[in-house]
Design a protein around this ligand. Structure first.
Ligand code: CO
Length: 209
């Protein structure tokens, strides 16, 4: 059996397992989705979404890209955010980065990486914004970890800059969470993003609602 055949075999077993617990499982799943969470994470194969959170199909709307970025000119991310916030009415948005992130590592090195340049530039901009703090950290691994955390924080701020999220905050108190997945321990670390404080600090020019 090759690797692809194995996947179809796994799928068959998974269906059988689900149906053995609940014969209506897929009938119910096909009725629609009402997820509480929007998860924006890295594409890294080691960082799962549902599995590490203990969530199941139907519970989390997901967007993944290199280094969990929220970029205002990224139509794909913008569409996901808008659909999740305005139509599905999620109450929590999670931006989850992770230590050992290759995208962040690449952004720390000045090198021409072709099509990745414009993408990584957003992370390089995070470095520039926090250069003073980062350059004080002598240990390279510690500096790398800190950039990963600051990148998550900046992507949370990018979310809070959007009209849809500001509107949902006013209407129903939507929450934005910044997390880092520690690949080494499997633990999720909460960076404790303060929505109100961020909004107050940026509202002078970013308040859109
Ligand atoms: Co990554």
């Amino acid at each position: 059996m090759n690797m692809i055949e194995k996947i179809f075999e796994n799928n068959k077993n998974w269906v059988a397992e689900k149906l053995s617990v609940d014969p209506d499982y897929f009938t119910n799943l096909s009725k629609g989705q009402h997820p509480e969470f929007l998860y924006i994470g890295c594409s890294d194969s080691r960082v799962t979404a549902e599995e590490m959170m203990g969530l199941h199909p139907g519970e989390v709307f997901i967007h993944r890209n290199i280094a969990n970025m929220v970029n205002s000119v990224d139509l794909s991310a913008a569409a996901v955010i808008n659909y999740a916030v305005v139509h599905l009415k999620v109450n929590h948005i999670i931006v989850c980065g992770h230590y050992h992130c290759g995208g962040v590592k690449a952004a720390m090195k000045p090198a021409d990486l072709g099509i990745l340049n414009p993408w990584l530039r957003n992370i390089r901009d995070v470095y520039r914004l926090h250069k003073e703090e980062l350059n004080k950290i002598e240990d390279e691994d510690a500096r790398y970890n800190r950039l990963i955390e600051l990148n998550v924080q900046e992507q949370c701020i990018n979310l809070i800059k959007t009209a849809a999220v500001q509107q949902a905050w006013k209407e129903r108190g939507i929450r934005v969470h910044g997390w880092v997945f520690d690949v080494h321990s499997g633990r999720i670390i909460d960076l404790k993003i303060d929505f109100r404080k961020i909004l107050e600090s940026i509202m002078e020019i970013y308040k859109l609602d």
